[in-house]
Design a protein around this ligand. Structure first.
Ligand code: TRP
Length: 351
């Protein structure tokens, strides 16, 4: 009997400290679903080289890498099912980046939204790595012949660039890399608790994010501050809120939009970590009591991560186990990466 060849899935997460609920739903949540599906062969890694493109403390980086690996394992990423590794363990990522650098027009990188965004926000540190970030990402993916890349919408442009780079390479040196597609499995939007018209992000401060390691009390304390409007009546549908936010551009949202975005953010958390039916019931039973809504949102999120938190506490006692898992993953990844590079060196004429 022949079974279809599994599709190659590649994805990475930066080791930027503890995951928040938005990071979790944007990446790891989908990794967990895919890892059990025999249609896919998964390579998941900690993108430590990417994380160096913004200011960081070298004294903290190692800890952040191990902490991210611990989080991934405690969340249920299974190194028996997927190849889990640290990007910088595989030097071929850098080698392939260099080769891709020579075929990628600068104008393509100048167009990248994330680069424009980050170089505006970190004007004191617009380094070459930040500019080249998407090329490294293309190398991450194509080194393993990645066909599907589970990511959030903000990374789609980078996956499209990966496809462009594969095309340039194939045209110039002969058909070699596959076509890569983003895998956009319904990733719910999680908004900042403090500025709900923006996406949840650590850069908006501690109180704006729910960390997956937060206790119920910590979660509730942050959720309590979410701006809501006064009436308890949902005067804008979720889609209208999204459209209004999209139309804002750089201008400031008004109080009503902020309040409605805050309410839908709470409902969205309940939908993800409780159930859609629970949200339907709440919406049907307007006016909403925001005190209760906030308590419920914090409860559902805390319940969901309780199992993880217990697993994490146990794993944190065994950092050598986490190190061993990464070393094993690196061995598996390196084998594939070396085979790819052996061919690439020939194709480009170095060997
Ligand atoms: N840029 C991605 C992010 O910030 C992380 C990443 C690095 C990645 N390399 C990748 C994601 C390769 C998918 C595939 O979320």
């Amino acid at each position: 009997m022949t079974s279809a060849k599994p599709k190659i899935v590649v994805s990475g997460v930066q080791p930027t400290g503890t995951l928040h609920v938005g990071n979790y739903l944007g990446a790891v949540h989908n990794w967990l679903k895919i890892q059990d599906d025999p249609q896919y062969r998964c390579y998941f890694f900690i993108a430590d080289w990417h994380s160096m493109t913004v200011e960081y403390d070298p004294k903290e980086k190692r800890q952040q890498i191990i902490s991210m690996a611990t989080d991934l394992l405690a969340l249920g990423i299974d190194p028996e099912k997927v190849v889990l590794f640290q990007q910088s363990d595989i030097l071929e990522h850098a080698e392939l980046t260099w080769i891709f650098n020579t075929i990628t027009p600068m104008s393509f990188l100048e167009r990248m939204t994330q680069f424009k965004d980050k170089s505006r926000r970190h004007q004191e540190n617009v380094n070459m790595g930040l500019f080249d970030y998407p090329v490294l990402q293309a190398a991450d993916i194509l080194l393993y012949h990645g066909q599907l890349v589970p990511v959030g919408i903000d990374q789609v442009q980078h996956v499209e660039l990966t496809r462009d780079i594969a095309g340039f390479f194939n045209n110039r040196f002969g058909e070699f890399f596959p076509e890569t597609k983003p895998l956009l499995t319904n990733i719910p939007k999680v908004r900042s608790l403090t500025e709900p018209t923006r996406k949840m992000s650590k850069s908006h401060g501690e109180k704006s994010c729910l960390l997956i390691t937060d206790t119920f009390d910590e979660m509730y304390d942050k959720v309590k501050r979410v701006p809501t409007e006064a009436t308890g009546i949902i005067s804008m549908e979720e889609r209208e809120v999204e459209e209004a936010i999209a139309a804002l551009g750089d201008s400031e949202p008004d109080e009503k939009l902020k309040g409605m975005a805050g309410v839908w953010n709470l409902l969205g958390l309940i939908r993800e970590f409780g159930s859609p039916e629970e949200v339907d019931r709440l919406v049907a039973g307007q006016p909403l009591k925001y005190g209760e809504l906030k308590q419920l949102a914090a409860t559902r999120v805390a319940e969901h991560f309780a199992v993880f938190q217990r697993a994490r506490a146990e794993l944190a006692q065994k950092p050598e186990h986490v190190e061993r898992v990464l070393a094993h993953g690196a061995k598996q990844a390196r084998e594939v990466a070396q085979a790819t590079m052996a061919e690439v060196r020939q194709l480009v004429g170095l060997r």
